[in-house]
Ligand binder design. Sequence first.
Ligand SMILES: [Zn+2]
Ligand SMILES: [Zn+2]
Length: 202
Amino acid sequence: MAQYRGSPLPGVGATNPSQTKSKSNEDNWTKRPPYSICSPEEVGPVKWRGTCQCGQVTYQLSRDRPLKAKFCHCRGCQVMHGAPFQWAAIFHKSDLAFTRGAEGLSFYSSSQATRKYTLPTKVYCSFCRTPIMDEGRNVCLLFPQALESADDDENRTHWREAFEIDCHIFYGQRVLEIPDGKPKWSGLDGQSDLLDDDGQKK
Ligand SMILES: [Zn+2]
Ligand SMILES: [Zn+2]
């Protein structure tokens, strides 16, 4: 496997240099979800609220359960999150709306090594640097830890259930074993070997 540089999710991956980027589209990113200002009706019922550590950036989600949730054990996630693995929940961009601080965001595209807004990109609060999401071309990955229900004893069980992972990816690069019986892929899900909890090829 080549040295990891971009997000491993399909549609979020590193840009193929031969691809022509639709530049005008990216120039107008502030005018489309999740950055555009929308009315409460457009956003739909609020299922979850999230915030960065300092509170400058807040957002809400109109979908109860992510399309998928995964633990990503790749080296890129370990380094960029300062954590043993990344807990990522995939949403449509239109499921997400910023309620505060959308103008106070910083970007970093690891595949292009640039802080200019270019997809795929990691998105941070520009003040406290909490990771807000990984934005891909088609979907975004959010981090369930940032949702308010994580702090709330009453909703914590529902929160844990809603964001329970479907699988582990890049388990071949793990720093610890997780004996949860969930499917474990050595690399990308569906495109690599299935491993057991100990990392042995099945
Ligand atoms: Zn912040
Ligand atoms: Zn990763």
